[in-house]
Structures are given as structure tokens and as C-alpha cells.
Design a protein around this ligand. Structure first.
Ligand SMILES: Cc1cc2nc3c(=O)[nH]c(=O)nc-3n(C[C@H](O)[C@H](O)[C@H](O)COP(=O)(O)OP(=O)(O)OC[C@H]3O[C@@H](n4cnc5c(N)ncnc54)[C@H](O)[C@@H]3O)c2cc1C
Length: 436
């Protein structure tokens, strides 16, 4: 079936030939079927083209969402790769288990979380999602069905975790969950007056597993880095109520001006001056981990032209200066960013060859697509990141050059060697073809 598909950034509406298998044997048959290159698509929460294969074939995995086994004593869950964290948490939280790593939205599949080896607010303490995957099943276009783990087919495991969906179709994954004593989080929100404050408070927050900062991207001069620092841990009591559905939805035809630099500025000012958000508070895991999920399809608020996200990882030694420069550039260009998230990454090694995190800091900013000027800003930011020895996150990217990709991921040829020749994405075409 031919269908127009876009990713979370809504930067293009691209026709694809869609297959939506309902069972694992149908999925295997789809992977084996001859024809032009194909790619798996989870819930399309990647911002750019890592989940797109323009005018080619997409295997949409969201119907493959069955639980294969759940050991409630040991917290080991095996499920089909199209299972979302949304559904996973609905089942595991009442049983006293939580996902070891969650990104900023629960509307991601296990396959998507593995293929981008996603990170959460606890990267410093537990590393990436893939570090908690004990085994996975992979279907290759040759018809092979393989079990991968750190000890079985370990090279292919390392290529598949963070492998951008290129090594085959992940059919199922087995995950070690973490025990919780309630669905609540004991959180604290502290004000940050500048970037130095961020590093100081991070240093003092070592015994909080979850840590993140929201930054005011329009602050200038000595106020650069002003914002909030949020830290939390699973609470010891409070019940096991699961999350509900999104409370509101963004209108489909939202005008592009809804999120412009003025409205974004107003949002940032209002957000930063909400005194009641400061201090200690016990909250449900939903607003703590997934505040944006409260508005279904909030990405539509950027209008028809869509939006970009810059997310970079910068090694510790260069982090302070590079972050300062990135925030200054954002303020200088005045493009405005609705969301600016700043976190530290720890030094737990990632299991994937191409996993994004590295010991240091990571900054994520959204920009409405204004065409040329937004591209210029993103290019300038990429230059700063590369000069600092850092890299950009493929899950969020739509503009990085092949040169920037290859400099950030010098091991990319190992993934190319492990790639299933029948699989291709727009992202991989874009960043590897210059030297192909
Ligand atoms: C609001 C928001 C907040 C976010 N916060 C974070 C964050 O904090 N940390 C973070 O790391 N990321 C974050 N992300 C990014 C998101 O976690 C990743 O892009 C994730 O991979 C999306 O999962 P998905 O199921 O939607 O996969 P898709 O976006 O559909 O696909 C992602 C990749 O996975 C591959 N893939 C999907 N299923 C399979 C399969 N079964 N077999 C093989 N390959 C497969 C695709 O080919 C593609 O390469 C955020 C995204 C949003 C929208």
C-alpha cells in the first residue's frame, strides 16, 4: 500500500510503499521479500530521516506488540519489537517494575529504542537502553533468524544496538526491568542562574539517579545557561497507578506562527518565572518523565513547514565553552527554541558501535523550520560541536553533512559492513554516499 509518511519533525511528506505485518512470521516474510531496499518504522518519533526511506519500502512494526514472556519475580520481559513503552509501563508498573531507561516520550517502540540506543535522564547512572537488553531476535533478508546478545553473535549485537535499523529487522527484545516501590517520583527543582551553576548543581546531585536541566535559550551575556535543574528518584510509597491518555491534542492545521520567537520567548519567560515549580515535590512518573506526552501530536504546533532539532554530545573537557557558544548562537540567531534540554552523559560504555552518548554533556534544542536561516544556524552549531570533538544525534538529525557524521562516528564503516544489503534509510544514504 502506497502512503505518505513523515517523521516527528514533519519536514517532508514522503510516499512509501507500506507493509504492516500483524504477526512475526509475516514480518519475516516481509524482510525476505525481494524488491527495492526497505526499512523498519516504529512510531516515527525520530525527528529526521533515520526512519524514512523515500519512495521505497517501509515495514511498520506497531502491530507487533505482544508480550512473549514476563518474569514478575526477576523483572525480565521479552516482547515483540513493536511494543511501545506506553503499553509496556501499563503492564509492568502495577507489577512493581519500570523500564530501565526511558526517553522523553513513552510513544517509542522497543525496536526504535534499540535501533537508536536511546538514553534517558539517568544516563550517568545506568547508561543507554541497549545496556539493559539481554537478548534480541533479528531477521535478515537472507532468511536467517538470529538471536543476538553480548555473548551470542556479539559483533552483530553491537552493530544492531544503535544500528539505526540497518542490520535487519528486530523481531523481539528481552529487557531487564528495574524494581520500583511505587509509581511516584520524589523530585526537586532548583533554579540555575547560569551555565556554571548547571555544572555545580550536577556535581552535587550524584545521588539522584534522574537529572536534567531546562534552559532558557533566549538568555544572553552572563545569564547564558539560566534555567531549572530537575532531579528525582523513585519514591518509596504512593501506589502503582499507571499513566492515562494524553489530555489534549494539538490542532492538525495549526498555523506556523503559533510557535514563533515571540511566543517561544513568552513561554520561556513564563516557565522560568513559575515560582511554584521550585522545591521538593512528589509527582507521578508521567509528568516527571514525559511532560510533552500530555499534548498529543504537539509537533503539529510548528505548522506545515515542521521543525528541526539539534542534539549534540560534547566531551567533558570542551563542554562548558562549546555549550556556551551553542546557546549564544541560538540567542544571536533569534530563531527561538521551545525546548532546550541539557544533561550530562556518564562514562558507562554503550553496547552499540554507533551509540550516540559519550562522556560529557548533551544539549537538545528545537527550531521551527524557517528555511535558509535555520539551516545556517544548524550548520554553525554543527561546526561548534565538531570543533569540540563532539557529535550529533542521528535520531534527531535532518541536516548533518556526511563529513560531520563520519567525523563524529569514525566507526561507521563497521556498521556499513554489518548492514543488511536489502535495508537502507534516507539518513544512511545522506551521510554515507559521498564516500560510497
Ligand atoms: C518528545 C520526544 C522526546 C524524545 N526524547 C528522547 C530522549 O530523551 N532520549 C533519546 O535517546 N531519544 C529521545 N527521543 C527520540 C526517540 O526516542 C527515538 O527517535 C526513538 O528511536 C523513536 O522510536 P520509534 O519507535 O518511534 O522509532 P522510529 O522513529 O520509527 O525509528 C527509529 C529507528 O529505529 C528503526 N527501527 C524501528 N523499529 C525497528 C525494528 N523492529 N527493527 C529494526 N529497526 C527498527 C528505524 O528503522 C529507525 O532507524 C525523543 C523523541 C521525542 C518525539
Amino acid at each position: 500500500m502506497q502512503r505518505v509518511v513523515s517523521s516527528w519533525g514533519r519536514l517532508g511528506q514522503v510516499p512509501h510503499d507500506i507493509t504492516r505485518p500483524a504477526f512475526l512470521d509475516e514480518a519475516q516474510a516481509a524482510v525476505r521479500s525481494p524488491g527495492p531496499p526497505q526499512l523498519c518504522f516504529g512510531l516515527g518519533r525520530s525527528y529526521g530521516d533515520v526512519c524514512l526511506n523515500a519512495n521505497g519500502r517501509l515495514i511498520v512494526t506497531d502491530s507487533l506488540d505482544r508480550i512473549i514472556g514476563f518474569d514478575r519475580e526477576r523483572g525480565i520481559l521479552r516482547a515483540e519489537a513493536g511494543l511501545s513503552l506506553d503499553r509496556l509501563l501499563r503492564m509492568t508498573v502495577p507489577a512493581g517494575w519500570f523500564a530501565p531507561v526511558v526517553p522523553g516520550t513513552k510513544f517509542v517502540t522497543l525496536g526504535g529504542a534499540l535501533a537508536n540506543d536511546v538514553h534517558g535522564k539517568n544516563h550517568e547512572t545506568v547508561g543507554t537502553f541497549g545496556a539493559h537488553v539481554t537478548a534480541l531476535g533479528l531477521a535478515r533478508s537472507t532468511g536467517e533468524l538470529l538471536t543476538l546478545s553480548r555473548t551470542e553473535n556479539s559483533d552483530l549485537f553491537a552493530a544492531t544496538v544503535g544500528g539505526l535499523g540497518l542490520t535487519g529487522m528486530i523481531l523481539w527484545a528481552e529487557l531487564q526491568l528495574v524494581p520500583i516501590r511505587s509509581a511516584m517520583i520524589d523530585g526537586e527543582t532548583l533554579p540555575l542562574k547560569d551555565l556554571a551553576d548547571f555544572f555545580r548543581v550536577s556535581e552535587e546531585s550524584g545521588d539522584w539517579p534522574y537529572r536534567v536541566a531546562w534552559i532558557d535559550c533566549l538568555a544572553k551575556g552572563s545569564a547564558v545557561g539560566r534555567g531549572f535543574y530537575i532531579r528525582g528518584r523513585h519514591a518509596g510509597s504512593g501506589g502503582f497507578a499507571v499513566h492515562g491518555a494524553p489530555r489534549i491534542g494539538a490542532p492538525f492545521g495549526a498555523p506556523g506562527w503559533l510557535l514563533n520567537s515571540r511566543t517561544i520567548g513568552l513561554f520561556n519567560t513564563a516557565y522560568l518565572h513559575r515560582p511554584f515549580v521550585l522545591g521538593a515535590k512528589r509527582v507521578h512518573y508521567e509528568p516527571f518523565f514525559f511532560p510533552l506526552d500530555a499534548v498529543a501530536n504537539w509537533n503539529r504546533m510548528y505548522g506545515k513547514r515542521g521543525f528541526f532539532q539539534h542534539q549534540s554530545a560534547i566531551p567533558t573537557a570542551a563542554a562548558f565553552d562549546a555549550l556556551r557558544r551553542l546557546l549564544e548562537l541560538t540567542a544571536e540567531f533569534g530563531e527561538g527554541s521551545f525546548l532546550v534540554v541539557l544533561k550530562l552523559f556518564g562514562d558507562k560504555p554503550s553496547p552499540g558501535i554507533l551509540s550516540f552518548p559519550l562522556p560529557g554533556a548533551t544539549l537538545a534544542l528545537d527550531f521551527p523550520n524557517k528555511g535558509e536561516s535555520t539551516h545556517r544556524l544548524l550548520d554553525r552549531m554543527a561546526e561548534v560541536v565538531l570543533a569540540a570533538g563532539g557529535r550529533l544525534y542521528p535520531a534527531k538529525d535532518a541536516t548533518m553533512s556526511g563529513e560531520a557524521f563520519r567525523a563524529g562516528y569514525p566507526d561507521w564503516r563497521k556498521l556499513e559492513a554489518a548492514r543488511d544489503p536489502a535495508i537502507m534509510s534516507d539518513f544512511w544514504r545522506r551521510v554515507t554516499t559521498e564516500t560510497a
